[in-house]
Design a protein around this ligand. Structure first.
Ligand code: FES
Length: 580
């Protein structure tokens, strides 16, 4: 067994170890490949570019990615590469239960091991729905060969009776209207048919749109790519350009670890705040950082929040949708407004710096993307809380919460799990009022399992009917990026592993102070210690298989919910060895 030079920096392609050999193995690799009809001229001496495709008919948001792959292939061929498309596990937010987050790390392993085990010199990652993007990036970051992301793009804006509606912010809104009796069942069906009008991912600034923007801010996709609608021909042009560019990246050996620096992460966090993006991005960015050995404490998100203006007026926090954001100038226009806060010399997959990528970008519609002079808010959108209820942190999207609830005291109603919540939330006998603090436990990475998006607890129907529009809600769950409200999420450590949320009882006073970044239960330490002595962990859901592995090895929310054994990089270079 011997190691070989495997990258172009050393003058030899990684794939050459498979195809440029004179022995029996070389014969086998070439001969079997030729069964597909290709000749030596197609692949010998050319960079082999994997097109890692999360296409699936089970994942509506990614169902158009086969077509996008054809555009990538065109670009690869134009630049002298040899494209090979391959499938990976895909994760569809709307159909997959209990939550795609449970399987993000599984997909990341699939991506990493596919890259690791095949003769690939570079890879283009085709992603779309919420978790397919972070899972692909985590896998590629650990494999660490030249990689470019092409996201599938958002759906066109939804339209109902002349009104623009967004998935899924307006789902929550109209569902509450239905429960309160303000729209009819037939309105509800019409809305269902009017919302999802084309291929693409959700078109609010939900998690998929946020992760696409954050991918662009990190420098992992070509500039301007995040916001192009899925059905706009310019998305195919972007994919073709990515196909050309990945060949250039292989030649220059520019890898994810060269791009995913601390500076790139800080740029991404700045953009996350400026777009008022999804809280889920915090988990994913921390997980990426763990793959490439960058220190990215949860507290950094809060520190950068205070000095980053909120500029993008998209639902769920604002008014517009992704199609409007694209026409308004997209991510490059946002970055020009905050360029004094960015690391402009960070290198990106274009082979150019952030400064070069955004040069000349401008805001086309200042209603959708505010200028720095008139931000939606001076101080950003996402805050990180501490306090005796969340010693390892919790997250709150204050831009989507009723400002009056930023400082609040109220009595807790505790729901043991999501089933308890479903059974009791609309019970007319539920004792609650506008000051109530709803608490959900056993919904974290271990307790869910997989930290489902249950954190946007429904407001009890009797309060909705009384005109209550927001309520303080606290959990160790996540929340859909399309949701809104005074919702505290990602409480760590979670209740299922004995975090303080496990000790809260009905009637306890809970105190939130966003300005002080505190979330506390007003109960003495002695009483909490007594409750802890009586506490026992909930029974595990699974005895075997992947879910058992997940519960056994998943990290807490403040650590990105990666598996402990997946942090760091695969040694792909040393893997490409000759077995004689
Ligand atoms: Fe796929 Fe919303 S369901 S992005």
């Amino acid at each position: 067994m011997r190691n070989v030079p495997t990258n172009s920096r050393n003058g030899r392609l990684r794939s050459a170890e498979w195809f440029d050999r004179k022995d029996l193995d070389g014969f086998l690799h070439r001969s079997w490949l030729k069964s597909t009809g290709v000749t030596d001229e197609t692949f010998r001496g050319r960079p082999v570019i994997g097109i890692c495709n999360s296409w699936s008919e089970l994942v509506n948001c990614n169902v158009h990615l086969r077509g996008l792959a054809e555009s990538v292939k065109r670009g690869v061929l134009q630049s002298g590469g040899f494209p090979l498309e391959f499938p990976v596990t895909s994760l569809g937010e709307s159909l997959m239960k209990p939550t795609t987050m449970l399987y993000r790390n599984l997909m990341a392993m699939d991506v990493e091991e596919s890259i690791r085990s095949y003769p690939l010199d570079g890879v283009v990652l085709l992603t779309g729905c919420d978790k397919t993007n972070p899972a692909s990036i985590m896998g590629a970051a650990s494999a660490d060969i030249p990689s470019i992301v092409v996201t599938g793009g958002p759906m066109l804006n939804g339209r109902w009776r002349g009104r623009e509606i967004g998935s899924c912010s307006d789902c929550w809104h109209f569902h509450e209207e239905l429960r309160a009796g303000r729209i009819t069942e037939s309105d509800w069906v019409e809305i269902e048919n009017s919302m999802s009008r084309s291929n693409g991912h959700c078109m609010t600034m939900g998690t998929a749109s946020t992760m696409a923007c954050v991918t662009e801010a990190l420098g992992l996709t070509l500039a301007g790519g995040a916001a192009i609608p899925a059905v706009d021909s310019r998305r195919h042009q972007l994919a073709e350009a990515a196909g050309r560019q990945i060949v250039a990246l292989v030649e220059s050996d520019l890898k994810p670890s060269d791009i995913l620096t601390r500076e790139a992460f800080e740029n991404a966090i700045r953009v996350l705040h400026a777009i008022s993006g999804s809280t889920n991005a915090i988990l994913h960015l921390i997980a990426y950082a763990g793959r490439v050995g960058v220190e990215l404490p949860l507290q950094l998100f809060d520190e950068l929040c205070a000095s980053t203006p909120w500029l993008v007026d998209l639902k769920p926090a604002g008014r517009f949708l992704m199609e409007d954001f694209f026409y308004a100038g997209g991510v490059p226009a946002v970055m020009t407004q905050i360029e004094d806060l960015l690391h402009l010399e960070a290198i990106t997959v274009s082979g150019r710096t952030v400064r070069e990528n955004i040069a000349g970008a401008e805001i086309i519609n200042p209603e959708v993307i505010r200028t720095r002079a008139v931000p939606l808010d001076e101080g950003g959108a996402l805050v990180v809380l501490g306090g005796n209820l969340c010693p390892d942190g919790a997250v709150m999207k204050i831009s989507a919460a009723e400002p009056a609830l930023h400082r609040h005291e109220g009595r807790a109603i505790v729901f043991e799990d999501v089933h308890d919540l479903a059974a009791r939330v609309d019970d007319p006998a539920l004792e609650c009022d506008a000051s109530t603090v709803m608490v959900l436990r056993n919904a974290g990475p271990v307790g869910g399992p997989g930290m489902p998006e249950w954190g946007h607890l429904p407001i009890p129907a009797k309060l909705l009917r009384a005109g209550v529009t927001d309520l303080l809600r606290i959990s160790d769950a996540r929340m859909s990026g399309t949701s809104y409200g005074a919702v505290v999420l990602h409480v760590a450590p979670e209740s299922a592993v004995g975090g303080p949320l496990a000790l809260v009882e009905d009637g306890d006073l809970i105190r939130l102070d966003v300005a002080e970044r505190r979330l506390d239960v007003v109960v003495s330490d002695a009483e909490l210690a007594e409750r802890r002595a009586r506490w026992s962990p909930p029974a595990r859901h699974d005895e075997r298989g992947y879910r058992w592995l997940h519960v056994d090895r998943v990290l807490q929310a403040n650590e990105g919910c990666d598996f402990d054994f997946l942090r760091g990089k695969t040694r792909v270079v040393e893997d490409a060895v000759t077995y004689l």
